[in-house]
Design a protein around this ligand. Structure first.
Ligand code: S3P
Length: 170
């Protein structure tokens, strides 16, 4: 099938990598996880990049990868949760893909991520508050850039994939 690139955006824990992987098999498109590309290019996991170089360095890497990788066609991209915070990222992503917002509530994100050690932005005294604060800022942006929005709560991955395909008219 030869359809336009698809980008999955959404908050941490919304399932962008899992859904992206499954959807790519269903649609026979190449799956590209932007965080994994960053990790390979730096030979370090995200957490260690944040620890060693800080968030700004990571954001710059993320923007560089986006600039290069969106010249590919027929791909499904999983974007990091913070991708919407830079207009330059989103103008590239918007012009070269259909954007799918995988929606999750702050409460559900917290439930999924309360024990994780691999999300550097969530390290701090009150993880629930951190998630709520970030979500408040970002949900507006996810909605603004999305071509379609799909709920991911109380739904099997298969149902989520089906909903995406229906909304995309595939
Ligand atoms: C981030 C989300 C992470 C990763 C990095 C920053 C964010 O990706 O890019 O830790 O700013 O929300 P996931 O959304 O895949 O967890």
């Amino acid at each position: 099938m030869n359809i336009k690139n698809i980008s999955l955006i959404g908050f941490m824990g919304s399932g962008k990598s899992t859904i992206g992987n499954m959807l790519s098999k269903e649609l026979k498109m190449l799956f590209i996880d932007i965080d994994r590309i960053i990790e390979i290019s730096e030979n370090k996991i995200i957490k260690d990049i944040f620890e060693a170089e800080g968030e700004k360095y990571f954001r710059n890497l993320e923007s560089e990868v986006i600039k290069k990788i969106y010249s590919n066609k027929n791909c499904i991209f999983a974007c990091g949760g913070g991708v919407v915070e830079r207009v330059e990222n989103m103008s590239i992503i918007k012009s070269s893909s259909t954007i799918v917002y995988l929606h999750i509530s702050a409460h559900e994100s917290y439930e999924r991520l309360k024990f994780t050690k691999d999300r550097p932005l969530l390290e701090g005294k009150d993880r629930k508050k951190i998630i709520e604060r970030l979500m408040k800022k970002r949900d507006v942006l996810y909605n603004k850039y999305a071509d379609i929005k799909v709920d991911t709560m109380d739904m099997s991955n298969e149902k989520i994939i089906k909903n995406i395909m229906v909304k995309l008219g595939i």
